[in-house]
Design a protein around this ligand. Sequence first.
Ligand SMILES: Cc1ncc(COP(=O)(O)O)c(C=O)c1O
Length: 409
Amino acid sequence: MLPSWEMKPNLTPRKPFLWLISVRCTDSTNAGSLVYRRLHLTMLSNAIRIHMCLRLLAALGAGFDCASNGEISQVISIGGIDPSRIIFANPCKANSFIRNAGKVGVDTMTFDNIDELYKVSRTHPRAKLVVRILTDDTKSLCQLGLKYGAPLVTVPGLLAKAKELNLDVIGVSFHVGSGCYDPSVYSDAIVRARSVFDMGKDAGFSFSLLDVGGGFEDSLFEQAASVLTDAIQQQFPDRRHIKVIAEPGRFYVSKAFKLAANIIARRAPFSDSSTEVAIESDQPAVMYYINDGVYGAFNCILFDHQVAQPYVLSMNGSFHVPSSEPLCTSSVWGPTCDSIDCVCPKTELPAGLRVGDWLGFENMGAYTVCAASQFNGFEVSKVVYTLGGAIAAEVRNKLAAFAAAGHGL
Ligand SMILES: Cc1ncc(COP(=O)(O)O)c(C=O)c1O
């Protein structure tokens, strides 16, 4: 596991930006946990549309889970990535996307319904199909089972149809939901996957892929790894012909980026109390407006159930806020004209904070800028890479070796 490094960013010009702190990386030789030593790492490219992250993970031997043609092109554009390292893990794809995947050599793809099988048989009959099954996702922030995953009772029918259409099904995938806060659910998911392997055998297939999906939270990763390791050991004691992969998205990048936003406006009570407008006492007295919001990188508040907690990055030109500075109950808002654009409804911030100062936000690497819009004409925050500390050299060397091996830059 590579430790973090950190450097203070350059705060001019006054545009919001994300800066890279570190990428959680691991490979089969230096992995910190048992499960990682066994898993072929596959990462989700839609969580991290950040080119350097993709390059670094590619250099470390990760595979890629793509949701669309656009993501497949992005991974292939890195250069030298064999398409067999990509799984097209969207169970409901447009015909043109399936056809294109076949053209560029991406054969492994998921499905969870009969219509998809007909589409694949017409557009990419050589595909290596992976049946995405429904598992318990009630212990996760984002319940993907609402949309995807075949209930186990439907799987024999799906497999029979695949056989009839002369399609190859090579394994099973699941996703316990993104932001899983109770890793014990992986255990039941593996039991279900085991029973689907048996269904596969009954249907005349020989499954060789077990894809345990994503859902990994940074703070619970070791626990999740341990639950998975035990369950896989129990349910799949003979793994000689089975490749096990995972699709960690959030885990790799959420802590890798911080966001810096500039305070562009402030609404506060007049200091002359005679003209002060009455304010309900439990309401924040001061409203700060920053230059990124829920239509931008903070879409994670609406779509990813995140809570944004600001801290003072710089005040009055200094990175240091004296402990004597009084605090004031405040709210933080995005720059658009919409009132839903609230980044933080209530927090304590220094009373001396003014227009031009900067707020910072931790853990802004996953599901942020990749889903940001330019609503009201505001640009999506740029990404700035900072390097510092001992680990920077290791990362640079890895990237340089990757480029020298013919993977462009
Ligand atoms: C198919 C698939 N795999 C992996 C992931 C990554 O999940 P997470 O970021 O929770 O690890 C997602 C997220 O939506 C997904 O849809």
